[in-house]
Design a protein around this ligand. Structure first.
Ligand code: PRP
Length: 185
């Protein structure tokens, strides 16, 4: 029986390598936020697996909240709509936004701008699993990034293609033949 893995052309980061890197990232974040009121804001759905593994390595009394946004006009659009009515209460808290990938930057830029404008946090930083090496369409960069990657279409460890492949335990490049429409998937 064909498996999800058969749709992957190449594995980029295996689970063990990801977790080793998360150990380092978690140590840096723990040192930076020790003694501060930290709220981790996970961007649904892509960050779920990353944030679960990362937070279990950060022994601080942090709060966890989630935020859900929808993008329109294609894969990486500039039109970001917030799905929830109210933002979490982050007034005077240090916020670390956690997402799976920084691509054009439009999603994280929109989230950060909205938080700063409407929720008055003490500080806002950004942590991503993957940072694509490319020119951004919005003025945003990651404060913490587990890995830099080329501008390829990746899935797994939370990242999807049409909501599939999030549960692969590694990050890999999807076969081009798997991206040509639902009929072939
Ligand atoms: C993906 C990803 C980031 C964003 C990155 O979200 O999770 O949030 O796109 O792209 P950008 O830097 O070009 O804005 P998506 O809307 O696919 O939702 P998902 O997290 O549910 O997969």
């Amino acid at each position: 029986m064909p498996t999800l893995e058969d749709d992957v052309e190449r594995i980029i980061f295996r689970e063990a390598a990801i977790l080793t890197r998360l150990d380092e990232l978690a140590r840096r974040i723990t040192a930076e936020y020790a003694g501060k009121e930290l709220t981790v804001l996970a961007v649904l759905n892509g960050s779920l697996i990353f944030v679960a593994d990362l937070l279990r390595r950060i022994p601080l009394p942090l709060k966890l909240d989630c935020i859900s946004v929808s993008s329109y006009q294609g894969e990486s659009s500039g039109n970001v709509v917030f799905d929830q009515i109210s933002l979490p209460d982050i007034h005077e808290r240090h916020v670390l936004i956690v997402d799976d990938i920084l691509d054009t930057g439009q999603t994280l830029d929109a989230i950060r701008r909205k938080l700063r404008a409407e929720a008055r946090p003490e500080s806002v930083k950004i942590c991503v699993l993957l940072r694509k090496i490319k020119t951004r369409l919005a003025p945003v960069e990651a404060d913490y990034a587990a890995f830099d990657i080329a501008d390829e279409f990746v899935v797994g460890y939370g990242l999807d293609y049409r909501e599939k492949y999030r549960n692969l335990p590694f990050v890999g490049v999807l076969k081009k033949t798997r991206r040509h429409g639902d009929a072939e998937i």
